[in-house]
Design a protein around this ligand. Structure first.
Ligand code: EPZ
Length: 420
């Protein structure tokens, strides 16, 4: 169990390169199950979650080889159609194999994901979608067992906008007979990237980047190569790292127009931004203004940036409210930030953050990916030494985060080894 030791107070300066999007790769990798052959996925970040997805696909017979940031997949010999509990409990996104398996092989046995660090995360929308597309679905001893000769088109309407359920429904519908409609589809850039990847494979999809998708099923798809879009959450995390430390940083190989809600809030907080198509330069506010945020589905303020925003607001010159309308219980970072001296009152899914003059270093515990990021951000500005324990959570979703921060002048180092 590694930990990070951070000595706060350094203003970040310099340039950082953003990696490929974890949540795009986690959708495109299982999509390769839809057609036999060779794929090359470039700009794929080296992350624990990507390794977990790779191992899962390998148990199904997919050959996968990583050459730097390129993944080479070969799906000629897929011969197992299961996602066992030991994989799914490690990473909920494993459920993304459900749609492609049932669409291409007519059978899927996928473990229910169970809870995650911050509470229950149901998969009812995934199950309802493939049932409506004609699959017979049973839940047996914690597994989703789905069977279908050939899926048939349907009109799907999600009560709740769901990234994962939209992804699974899309990957099921592309090989279904007839034209499927998906109403209230998620529009996150990672879902747009999945739809574009499927189109390159020969799928017929209308309405990409809108909440209404129309998919005309085809008989077969073919393998293609693709390059991952930049990771918009890593982008947001480094923007806040610059803002919270009073620094000036340039982010390269990012996509500002995937981050518009966050960029607007950062300007409201007093940051000065310049940007092009693939870069953003941020100059931190002299003093951070308090700015209310309510998370929403894309293009709203992402729930995956909620914890990082609370960290920034903890040193603002006033109070604000941060509301998570997507996950009501995604606040495990709050008690840890309070250990660093933050003044945060939580009631249900609303955090009232009263800015304090300074944070003071302490030992804090990571609980989930984005909560860990918020602790790192707070540690970068807290006086003295902050120890962030169990950083394997961070390694799930941030590629070499301590190296990238060191290059920007942060005093952060990884200490490997025994349970702390
Ligand atoms: C994706 O998770 C992301 N993960 C999450 O990022 C992100 O937080 C989330 O979308 C929301 O943006 C990946 O893309 C791999 P949802 P997903 O289905 O698909 C409810 C990270 O930090 N819901 O869009 O699991 C659900 O409870 C991770 O990289 C149902 O009710 O999220 C939630 O309230 C963490 N029933 C809302 O929908 C369902 O069947 C949105 O969840 C499915 C979801």
């Amino acid at each position: 169990m590694d930990k990070f030791i951070i000595r706060g107070g350094k203003k970040l300066k310099g340039t950082v390169t953003i990696s490929g999007a974890k949540n795009a790769a986690l959708a495109l990798m299982p999509a390769t199950l839809l057609a036999s052959g060779k794929y090359q996925l470039d700009n794929t970040p080296e992350l624990r979650d990507i390794a977990t997805m790779s191992r899962l696909l390998q148990t199904m017979g997919v050959d996968i080889e990583r050459r730097s940031h390129s993944l080479h997949l070969n799906t000629f010999r897929v011969n197992k159609f299961e996602a066992p509990y030991e994989h799914v409990k490690k990473m909920r996104a494993s459920i993304y194999v459900l749609g492609p398996l049932i669409a291409r092989y007519g059978y899927a046995k996928v473990s229910l994901p169970g809870g995650c660090a911050w509470g229950p995360r149901p998969v009812n929308l995934h199950i309802e979608a493939i049932r409506k597309l004609g699959a017979a679905v049973d839940i047996d001893q914690g597994y989703i067992i789905a069977r279908a000769k050939r899926l048939k088109a349907a009109k799907l309407a999600f009560d709740v906008s769901s990234v994962g359920a939209t992804g699974n429904a899309l990957m099921a519908a592309v090989l279904a007979k007839g034209t499927t409609i998906i109403e209230n589809a998620a529009m996150e850039p990672e879902i747009v990237a999945l739809a574009q990847f499927l189109m390159k494979m020969g799928a017929r999809i209308d309405g990409i980047s809108t909440t209404r998708l129309e998919i005309e099923g085809v008989d077969a798809l073919h393998p293609v190569d693709e390059t991952m879009i930049p990771d918009r959450i890593e982008t947001g995390t480094f923007l806040i790292a610059a803002a919270i430390t009073g620094g000036t940083v340039k982010l390269e190989r990012c996509k500002p127009n995937h981050c518009t809600a966050l960029l607007a809030k950062l300007e409201e907080a007093g940051a000065v931004l310049q940007m092009g198509d693939t870069w953003i330069k941020i100059k931190a506010p002299r003093a951070v203004e308090p700015v209310d945020v309510t998370t929403a589905v894309y293009p709203g303020f992402p729930t995956d940036m909620q914890a990082q925003w609370i960290a920034l607001m903890s040193i603002a010159k006033g109070s604000c409210m941060v509301t998570d309308s997507i996950y009501y219980d995604r606040f495990k970072h709050v008690p840890e930030l309070v250990r660093l001296g933050a003044d945060i009152e939580l009631s249900k899914n609303v955090a009232v953050v009263k800015g304090v003059k300074k944070l003071a270093g302490a030992k804090v515990m990571s609980t989930d990916l984005r909560a860990s990021a918020s602790l790192i951000l707070a540690g970068l500005v807290a006086e003295g030494k902050t120890e962030v324990l169990r950083v394997y959570h961070l390694d799930r979703g941030y590629e070499s985060i301590e190296k990238k921060l060191q290059q920007l002048g942060a005093d952060i180092r990884r200490v490997s080894g025994q349970e702390f």
